[in-house]
Write a new protein. Structure first.
Length: 386
């Protein structure tokens, strides 16, 4: 059994996460590994360095300081959150990050950021809390439009939440089978398409795959939340989330609001502490026949009609299948329609179709579908480009 912690981002909604993890540290709760995205990474790394209260403290102290976050910084440096101040001066001098404790602590800590060239989330295992790790943390929290692209090795990176907002699947693939998820939105929340997309398309015009990821972010986010809610209902993951919307600005200048959201995180953590301890200590997690059915692979044949040729349908299908780990094929037909066969769970297949349909040029007017036999030896998803 490997215990994992997953921390969603959400800018200053991350103060909620800070309250939760401080309660965990105060009560001696440990995990074998943790992953953070965006604010979940830059605040969550203090779990491994064992610095209770540090993110709350420096945010309350410097939230009104122009050196920390300001539009003058954006104009002068290209970063709304001044990179030199936040990731050097603050870490080294003003409220030092304990890199020594971070390095010695046995918990593995991962941070995810989105590669603008591929539109996919890449993960880095932080080991010493020093320069390279710091750059990955910065990249994960670098929001498009108000941050420069962060270059690390061959990667060009921005906000990890664009491609993978809640990386439970990543932790499961790393072998963590007893996972606690900290969310910063209440139960039932679903993300809608970003209103900033027209500006993002202009700003990221040199990175078409990044634009595609941003256009589909709400679909991927809602798929992840749905998967978490289903597993939570079956007792397979433990979730701590706010009971109502946190109503805090992404750029919060009021220390009282920061404290309020932090306190809400503490309240939820304390309320759920004993239940979570029981979840983490149980020798085995129960499975359910319904879950086994939901997890069964099927193969569906689709026939799509409408504006489906000459609009990138096959490319979108390949991207969707790859992101969800599906196999199959897609091809254009001579009558202007598109056929596709895709293999995976029903939920994954539905998500793939939704991802395709959400493309701004594709207009599906009619869909015919049926179950067909599985192709057991199929290993990839292909497109016929006749």
């Amino acid at each position: 059994m490997k215990k994992g912690l997953i921390m969603e981002g959400g800018a200053m909604r991350g103060m909620f996460t800070c309250g939760v993890i401080d309660v965990f540290m105060e009560n001696g709760i440990t995990f074998d590994g943790a992953v953070g995205i965006s604010a979940g990474a830059v605040f969550g790394c203090n779990y491994k360095s064992k610095q209770i209260g540090r993110p709350l403290r420096y945010n309350k102290t410097y939230c009104r300081d122009k050196r920390y976050c300001s539009f003058s910084s954006l104009l002068k440096t290209g970063d709304l959150y001044n990179a030199d101040f936040c990731y050097r001066e603050l870490l080294e001098n003003l409220d030092p990050f304990d890199a020594g404790t971070f390095e010695k602590d046995p918990m593995a800590f991962y941070v995810g950021a989105t590669d603008v060239k591929t539109g996919k989330c890449v993960f880095h295992k932080c080991t010493d809390g020093k320069q390279t790790d710091t750059q990955w943390l910065r990249a994960s929290a670098s929001m498009p439009l108000v941050s420069r692209i962060v270059k690390i090795g061959t990667y060009e990176l921005l906000d990890g939440g664009i491609a993978d907002s809640i990386p439970l699947k990543f932790m499961e693939e790393e072998g963590y089978d007893r996972n606690v998820v900290i969310l910063t939105q209440p139960l039932g929340y679903r993300k809608s398409r970003s209103k900033a997309l027209p500006f993002l398309r202009i700003a990221m015009k040199e990175y078409p795959l990044m634009i595609d990821a941003m256009e589909k972010r709400h679909v991927m986010y809602n798929h992840e939340v749905g998967d978490i809610e289903r597993k939570e209902a079956k007792g397979q993951v433990f979730v701590i989330r706010p009971s109502a919307p946190l109503k805090i600005g992404k750029i919060e200048k009021d220390p009282k609001q920061l404290q309020r959201v932090y306190d809400l995180g503490r309240e939820e953590a304390l309320k759920n502490l004993e239940k979570m301890k029981d979840f983490l200590s149980r020798p085995e997690l129960e499975t359910d026949k319904e879950d086994e059915v939901m997890a069964q692979r099927v193969r569906r044949h689709f026939h799509f009609y409408g504006t489906v040729q000459g609009v990138g349908f096959r490319f979108q299908a390949m991207m969707a299948a790859e992101s969800l780990g599906l196999t199959g094929w897609v091809r254009n037909e001579h009558d202007g329609s598109v056929t596709m066969e895709v293999q995976g769970t029903e939920e994954e297949i539905a998500s793939a179709v939704e991802l395709i349909a959400n493309s701004r040029f594709i207009r599906i007017e009619k869909t015919e579908t049926k179950l067909v036999p599985l192709e057991e030896h199929e290993s990839c998803f292909t497109a016929d480009y006749w």
